[in-house]
Design a protein around this ligand. Sequence first.
Ligand SMILES: CC(C)(COP(=O)(O)OP(=O)(O)OC[C@H]1O[C@@H](n2cnc3c(N)ncnc32)[C@H](O)[C@@H]1OP(=O)(O)O)[C@@H](O)C(=O)NCCC(=O)NCCS
Length: 416
Amino acid sequence: MKSNDLGKAAVDDVTIEVPTVDDWDDIYATFSAGINIDGDPQSLEAERELFEPERSLIVRRGDQVVGTLGGNTRQIAVPGGVISAAHGCRGAVSATVRRQGILTRLMRRHFEDARAHGEPIALCWASEGRIYHRFGYGVSVRRIGLNVNSREATVPQAPRSGRIVEGTAAELRESLVKLYDQVYADQPGWSERTAAHWDYRLADLMGQRAGASALRIIIHEGEGGVDGYALWRVRGNWAATGPAGEVVVVEQVSTTPEAYQALWGFLLSVELTRSASTWASSVDEPLFYWVGEPRQLSAHLCDALWVRVVDVPKALAARRYATPLDVVIEVTDDFLPVNSGKWRLTGSAESASCSATTDDADLAFDIRALGAVYMGGTSLSALAGAGLVRELRPGALAAAAPAFGWHKTPSAFEIF
Ligand SMILES: CC(C)(COP(=O)(O)OP(=O)(O)OC[C@H]1O[C@@H](n2cnc3c(N)ncnc32)[C@H](O)[C@@H]1OP(=O)(O)O)[C@@H](O)C(=O)NCCC(=O)NCCS
């Protein structure tokens, strides 16, 4: 039985601990209830394999579990390299004890834990953005959802030398893993995938189908071997005027334009379908430039990956910069004051270093702005336009803004 006494007393009788493997069922149930789903035995077991108790926190009130926050140890690609980052997940506090500072306490522990593991940044996907600003996260990767009118968008037809092969997860897994590994390290926003991550990705849980078919997998074989794949589903539908099915693209990866064109050509022409949707395409999705009628992509822009810089000098030295840069930034970080202060950052496409300085600052901003620009897809100039970055030396913004960008737009399509 859970009481609904929303008084301040509740917070005094909770304890926050590192859980053990035996706490998984309670953690899963608490998080499922928190995000308003029932949970199911299949997901419970599949997600158990990704549970890292030593990186997680559990909130107890007597013998009840009333909150949790998880962390995954994982690498992520950033501009110019791959770094370790705390992948935050499963944050929930029961309604009976909410708004009494429990998530705030969990976040403090999560950031301390990230620093202790030498991780310069923490990441999360937000159920609601407004939860995370106060903890110092900024929107670093955006995504676009597409709802393509397959008939009207029209794709160029060209003779193709490769071929598309369909198969099961067991048959094609090796090709998918190889291709993803080839691509991810050079694509800011993509996280490494271990065997356990692939198990989960290909588990094809009923709870993830949302009324669509089982997962379908195709690969593209080009002249040099497998150079692309797509994971997709199909949602059958009939309208008064005839078939109105929808292809639901879960993930599409390719290393050559031939593979990209062939896979999309396939996905936009599946029999009895009239549309194709993606949930998290890149903001710089090539489809925009390739289809005949880009307006027919019906794009919807949204936040994707939020970045929280937990160690300023380490984080800034860990990524690379598109143009040579020598700048002093003044950072304000009320939640993690160790980051507050003036930092000299020297960087280029080859190397970077960052250390505390007493020199005058060129730019000043809050830690959230640093998280927002970290992956190279949010511009310092846009943040300055909103008053979130202040230029203290004329010309500093024009020099620093392109340096913080990157030649590859960050993207992210995997909620962890
Ligand atoms: C989001 C959630 C974890 C917050 O837990 P909590 O213990 O109530 O959070 P806190 O009490 O530490 O809140 C800290 C501050 O954030 C604010 N806040 C927390 N959640 C908020 C929300 N959803 N919307 C707006 N403000 C929110 C609080 O009002 C509080 O503000 P204050 O310091 O000015 O009083 C909890 O409401 C929850 O489980 N929600 C459903 C699941 C969910 O969305 N999880 C996130 C998954 S990404």
